[in-house]
Design a binder for this molecule. Structure first.
Ligand SMILES: [Zn+2]
Length: 377
């Protein structure tokens, strides 16, 4: 009988010990408490992350997205406490009518910025020079424990889904490490160009394409060659699309994104060692050309691209074509009806799989109907 009582006491002691442990485990969830408040809106497309004034001012005034990686990570981890891990990209859209000056850096106005998180594609270049394996993942670090997250985009005001660099920022996921390019910082005769492509800014610079690229570059078919290593092209921007991003991706961009076979990329040139650049008009003032001198010209054929980058795996047949986006407005207030209606309408437009006659391009139009985006939760 004694033994029986002893057993009962032991049983209850073990049970008590176990339940204490499980209570401890639960209270461990201190970090499960949310840092921010979240609002989900009708249509399930737009969500708001609401900061208090102090948090919001800190986020905006200190350009936290660009300058404080660990605080950005705290924010994305907080988002994953409230939203499922099923998004390829998270877009953080500031609830401002104009992009705040504090987001400006030496090289950019701060309208858009891309934070790479992971890459699972071979044959589009590598994040570091001479690397043998371009595949990497920091998704878990950002709170995406399933490894889905590819990148986080920050946009500086609420109009930038439709009238901003969203297509440009998305392209940074695929095109950051493909080519070595160069650019210059001003017009003039005794200038010298600097690295501007893979591992040095990741834009096309003085690179041709079938159209101007979302990441910059000129239209190859407008190139004219003169004596003395001098060339002219229609006016372009080395760092972005010339027409406020209202344009489709060029062939190289579509190839890197897995939307076109490599044989569809027509030959283009990359110029380096640029020592002069001038702007002039022909006929009307709107018809502007740029003339430059460059001692290095490399023509990229699709064979050369293949040799340089290796085979894209997955190739165009197997590549991911639909991408899921979580659109999170960052605000210190609930959205007004007017703000919500505008952002929601822009989000609906950006992810619809339809060609329309608007001057702006959504993802489906920019990928010529090959790719699509789903925004929502
Ligand atoms: Zn860029």
């Amino acid at each position: 009988m004694k033994i029986f009582y002893k057993s009962i006491i032991l049983f209850w002691s073990i049970l008590l010990f176990l339940s204490c442990n499980s209570i401890d485990d639960l209270s461990n969830g201190e970090d499960e408490e949310l840092i921010y408040n979240y609002e989900k809106h009708k249509n399930n497309r737009v969500a708001t992350l609401i900061m208090n004034d102090e948090q919001y001012n800190d986020w905006v005034e200190n350009n936290t997205f660009k300058k404080n990686k660990s605080n950005l990570i705290k924010l994305t981890k907080d988002i994953y406490k409230e939203f499922p891990d099923k998004y390829d990209f998270i877009i953080l859209l500031l609830n401002e009518s104009k992009t705040p000056k504090s987001l400006e850096t030496e090289s950019a106005k701060g309208e858009g910025s891309f934070q790479p998180v992971s890459n699972d594609i071979n044959g589009i270049g590598c994040i570091i020079a001479q690397c043998t394996n371009p595949i990497y993942s920091n998704s878990n670090l950002f709170g995406s424990s399933e490894g889905k997250l590819k990148g986080v985009i920050h946009l500086g005001n609420r109009k930038l889904i439709k009238n901003g660099p969203i297509l440009h920022e998305l392209m940074h996921h695929w095109a950051n490490h493909a080519l070595e390019t160069e650019s210059v910082s001003n017009y003039g005769n005794n200038i010298s160009s600097f690295p501007f492509g893979r591992n040095n800014g990741s834009h096309w610079g003085f690179t041709g394409g079938n159209v101007n690229g979302q990441l910059g570059g000129f239209i190859q078919s407008t190139l004219q060659e003169y004596d003395d290593s001098t060339y002219s092209v229609n006016k372009f921007e080395p760092v972005r699309h010339i027409n406020d991003y209202h344009a489709p991706y060029n062939e190289l961009e579509l190839y890197l994104a897995g939307m076109l076979p490599i044989d569809s990329v027509k030959d283009f040139d990359v110029f380096k060692n640029i020592t002069s650049l001038s702007l002039y008009a022909i006929g009307s003032a709107s018809n502007k050309r740029m003339r430059f001198k460059a001692s290095s010209r490399t023509t990229y054929t699709s064979e050369y691209l293949k040799e340089l980058l290796g085979k894209r795996i997955p190739d165009v047949n197997d590549s991911q074509k639909n991408f899921k986006i979580l659109l999170m407005v960052i605000s210190n207030n609930s959205l007004t009806n007017e703000e919500f209606n505008q952002i929601d309408a822009d989000a609906e437009w950006f992810h619809k799989k339809e060609f329309d006659n608007l001057p702006e391009y959504n993802f489906y139009e920019a990928t010529k109907g090959k790719g699509s985006i789903t925004i929502g939760y």
